[in-house]
Design a protein around this ligand. Structure first.
Ligand code: F6P
Length: 324
């Protein structure tokens, strides 16, 4: 079914991610270029329910392409997670003359968009989360910046671990997904990487590897754990108890969510925003924008949400082999 779309709303929801601003900018500018009106909705679905929104123009998105965070703010809404909440949100869109929405976020954001689609408001989702855990897409906005932020921090930790001949156990974000931990770990040459998708055994996967490499002359160690796999503090304590090697835990935390987006994130965000508006301008809704085989494309929202993403275990095997 082709929709008649003249006004679009744009919002960011869930955890913020560097590059979200570049996506907002692209949506606003692409829409105005196509002769559409754009309304910026603040604080995600919570803001939509409260009518927290205003019209945006070309200058509303000046000076934001290089900034982390989201100028539209973000929030999580319990009310929107109810049937009544979704109906109310659809009603707010109709009252305000918003014909369609672009929602930028992760799976939770897309489930909300799907519910709104079912309630008659066409939506397009743009993947924005540092976790890179959107199943239909190889890439999510913010992932590259977060990896680089984590990598730079761990490079610094390596300097002090090397000087003190210690073990540095670093906890990176990823409650349910280990992409950030795995790829940061590879880039930092971590001896062991723990991620939620792969069960671990502390003796086999950490202690034995430390003792083996110690016998070959290694004197400092970097261990990466995703927050959803283990606690860095617990692992550091166990390492010290089992090996006697002085160990320190560092939790990188929300520092990974901030900062200037990388070129990759700015370019992908720009392209994805443009693509979202192109679809809406052609009367097409209910899609998720994705990067697949290096190309920006789109999937039906219901189909996208039924997909599953699995960790490529060959990365894990390669890392285990070359980090000894
Ligand atoms: O943005 C994704 C993420 O960083 C997850 O890795 C993490 O589990 C979650 O957000 C934490 O979000 P918050 O602290 O904002 O609740």
């Amino acid at each position: 079914m082709a929709y008649d779309i003249k006004t679009i709303g744009v919002l960011t929801s869930g955890g913020d991610a560097p590059g979200m601003n570049a996506a907002i900018r692209s949506v606003v500018r692409s829409a105005i270029y196509k002769g559409l009106r754009v309304v910026g909705i603040r604080r995600g679905y919570a803001g939509l329910l409260n009518g927290d929104m205003s019209e945006m123009n070309l200058r509303s998105v000046s000076e934001i392409i290089h900034r982390g965070g989201t100028v539209l703010y973000t929030a999580r809404s319990d009310e929107f997670n109810t049937k009544a909440g979704v109906e109310k949100a659809a009603e707010v869109c109709r009252d305000r003359g918003i014909d369609a929405l672009v929602t930028i976020g992760g799976d939770g954001t897309f489930r909300g968009a799907r519910d709104l689609c079912r309630a008659g408001i066409p939506c397009i989702g743009i993947p924005g989360t540092i976790d890179n855990d959107v199943a239909c897409s190889e890439y999510t906005i913010g992932y590259d910046t977060a990896m680089n932020t984590a990598m730079e921090s761990i490079d610094r930790l390596r300097d002090t671990a090397q000087s003190h001949e210690r073990c540095s156990v670093v906890e990176v974000m990823g409650r349910n997904a280990g992409y950030l931990a795995l790829n940061t770990g590879i880039a930092c040459g971590a001896l062991s990487i723990l991620i939620p998708e792969i069960p671990y055994d502390i003796d086999r996967d950490i202690i034995d590897r430390m003792l083996f490499t110690q016998r070959t002359g290694k004197k400092h160690f970097i261990i990466i754990v995703a927050e959803g796999a283990a606690s860095a503090t617990d692992i550091a304590k166990q390492i010290e108890e089992k090996t006697g090697i002085d160990s320190r835990a560092t939790i990188l935390g929300h520092v990974q969510r901030g900062g200037r987006p990388t070129t990759e994130d700015r370019i992908m965000a720009s392209f994805m925003g443009y693509k979202a508006v192109e679809l809406l301008g052609n009367g097409i809704g209910n899609r998720i924008i994705a990067k697949k085989h290096g190309q920006v494309m789109d999937f039906d929202i219901e189909e996208a949400l039924s997909m599953h993403k699995t960790i490529d275990k060959s990365y894990f095997a390669m890392s285990s082999a070359i980090s000894l």
